[in-house]
Design a binder for this molecule. Structure first.
Ligand code: SF4
Length: 104
């Protein structure tokens, strides 16, 4: 089986801002909103992270396990990010091409 050369440069690690959905949940960036099954599975849409249920965004949301895990993945194992990340932050032709065949 061929090993694919995923090269991703996550913009959210350097400069891209988090996004707030219409339902009141934060996601790592606005591109994530349309494919939130990955983010739902990873816990980003847990009720305790909803903007209506927090008083301190930094400690309660951005330092929560889903967020810390996501940014550890983004920095050290970006090949494990969802296809939306490969599509928007893929740094090579093969990474972007492979997103056409993935469902997550
Ligand atoms: S698409 Fe993914 S990797 Fe790129 S900025 Fe958004 S969350 Fe980060």
């Amino acid at each position: 089986m061929k090993e694919y050369d995923y090269q991703i440069e996550p913009k959210c690690v350097k400069f891209k801002q988090p996004a707030l959905t219409a339902e009141g949940f934060f996601l790592p960036c606005c591109w994530c909103d349309r494919r939130n099954s990955y983010f739902q599975q990873k816990g980003f849409l847990a009720e305790e992270l909803n903007i209506n249920n927090v008083t301190d965004l930094v400690t309660e949301v951005f330092h929560s396990k889903p967020w810390l895990d996501f940014f550890l993945t983004a920095q050290y194992n970006p090949q494990d990010l969802p296809s939306v990340c490969k599509e928007h932050c893929g740094a090579n032709k093969e990474t972007k091409k492979r997103t056409n065949y993935e469902s997550i």
